[in-house]
Design a protein around this ligand. Structure first.
Ligand SMILES: [Zn+2]
Length: 474
């Protein structure tokens, strides 16, 4: 690892996100050799340290997104009006198979840069467009070209997980690129349909053999349900470190099982609200003591930042709480979910979910120096800062991300990305968009923003690699 120049961030309002959630006004953060060397007032720094003036700003740990389909970033905003069903039709059924390795690369590159720009220093690339090992190589090439922390969650919606995970090509890829590679982590990404034959068992066995965790879309209306959780539980595959994405439509038994086995839920509130996976589940998760992290899912709908995730998560939780009370002629006088909680979800929650809590997620001595400075002296929304957590969740935006450090390396300074070639990423994305437009044809490209459904019998389930369709799938 290259040794970066020391950095001292001076005179900021520091949200350490340590166990006590210590908040230090007018404090410094010292970074040496890529790690936090001190947090406090009036710290002395080495003579060669870069000094960053944080006055008027908030210093916090880099944010962590535990579920993002980065390959879809090349299609930014295209699916703005899609339901989840239309998303399945476009990607799973009709057009996902058109994506070439270079298209995966283009999306990942833009997605990775976008994450850093927004202060998201660790991102799980929930990469379910890996139709071949060449696609997977392209995904990793892009992630390794950007100085953020990326966990590759390997998946392939074009094949059953029991097929791709047991293939020689996958094994070879894992040997070549993951063992001893530069990525921050590796997961297997697949869904459990609830088929009583439990064909996904083979993929869980691969994960166990490789010693890696599984991340799975669980409790998604019309796609996955309690049966998948039950099968995982009965077969001993609900292990600590498993990340359940969405988990909106599950019953009490499933939530108990997730909590009891050390799993956590990645809540994608903006996605769940708009696409229809189910009601964002924080209100249920706290009832069962299930740990929460946040994610934004895919830039085919939404911007890849966690400010929006924090904001919508607070709003959805409170919206439900008020609505339920009003239905009983009652008044909510104190909110259950506070701004401090969602800032924790976006930092420590993500670190815990990924088993990286001793490394990132907080500004404490010894942790890796993934640091975000939110500061924008030109913005009337950046003062006064009276409620630091509330300011992060409800007032700040990605444009207010002034400086970002990953492992002590400055990747954004004074509001501008450092050493990242956005023009080159743009050229790659443009090439992908041109290729897809040409391949689909103008009519399909236009209609794709509001795609028709195929005949009902063809769309009993979104997973085209299996004939199984449960009672709750469409
Ligand atoms: Zn997803």
């Amino acid at each position: 690892m290259s040794v970066e120049r020391p950095v001292i961030i001076r005179n900021g309002l520091v949200l350490t996100m340590d166990d006590a959630h210590t908040v230090l006004p007018g404090a410094d953060v010292l970074v040496i050799d890529g790690r936090i060397a001190g947090v406090g007032h009036g710290l002395s720094a080495p003579d060669d340290a870069e000094v960053i003036d944080a006055s008027g700003g908030i210093v916090m740990p880099g944010m962590i997104d535990t579920h993002r389909h980065m390959w879809q970033t090349a299609m930014r905003g295209y699916g703005a009006d899609w339901t989840l069903t239309q998303y399945f039709v476009w990607y799973y059924l009709e057009h996902g198979k058109h994506f070439r390795p270079e298209d995966i690369h283009a999306g990942n590159l833009l997605g990775a840069i976008e994450a850093l720009d927004a202060g998201v220093t660790t991102t799980v690339d929930w990469s379910h467009g890996l139709q071949t090992p060449q696609h997977a190589d392209a995904a990793v090439d892009a992630l390794e070209a950007v100085p953020g922390r990326f966990v590759l969650a390997y998946g392939n919606i074009q094949q059953g997980p029991w097929e791709w995970s047991t293939s020689d090509g996958f094994r070879d890829f894992h040997r070549r690129r993951i063992d001893g590679g530069k990525l921050a982590g590796f997961q297997l990404a697949f869904d459990v349909t609830g088929d009583p034959a439990f064909p996904e068992k083979a993929a869980f066995e691969v994960a166990r053999e490789l010693g890696v965790n599984v991340t799975t879309h669980a409790g998604v209306w019309g796609a996955t349900n309690d049966d998948g959780i039950r099968l995982m539980y009965e077969n001993g595959f609900m292990t600590p470190g498993t990340v359940y994405v969405h988990a909106t439509t599950l019953g009490a038994d499933s939530y108990h099982r997730i909590a009891a086995t050390g799993g956590s839920v990645s809540v994608s509130t903006e996605s769940e609200q708009s696409a229809g996976q189910g009601y964002p589940p924080t209100w249920a998760l706290r009832r069962y003591g299930v740990p929460v992290s946040l994610s934004m899912d895919t830039s085919v709908w939404w911007s890849g930042d966690l400010f929006t995730a924090m904001r919508t998560t607070l709003s959805a939780d409170r919206s439900r709480e008020h609505l339920e009370a009003h239905a009983k002629q009652e008044t909510v006088t104190h909110h259950h979910l506070r701004a401090e909680h969602v800032v924790d979800f976006a930092t420590r929650g993500g670190a815990r979910a990924l088993g990286m809590d001793s490394q990132v997620g907080a500004l404490t001595e010894g942790r890796k120096a993934d640091v975000v400075l939110i500061k924008n002296d030109a913005s009337p929304a950046m003062f006064p800062i009276l409620h630091p957590y509330g300011h992060v969740a409800f007032q700040a935006q990605r444009g207010d991300v002034h400086t970002v450090l990953v492992g002590g390396k400055v990747v954004k300074r004074d509001g501008k990305l450092v050493g990242l070639d956005l023009a080159a990423a743009r050229a790659r994305v443009d090439a992908t968009v041109s290729y897809l437009r040409e391949t689909l044809g103008e009519e399909a490209w236009r209609n794709g923003q509001n795609p028709d459904l195929p005949q009902a019998e063809l769309f009993d389930n979104p997973y085209q690699y299996t004939d199984y369709a449960g009672e709750t799938t469409e």
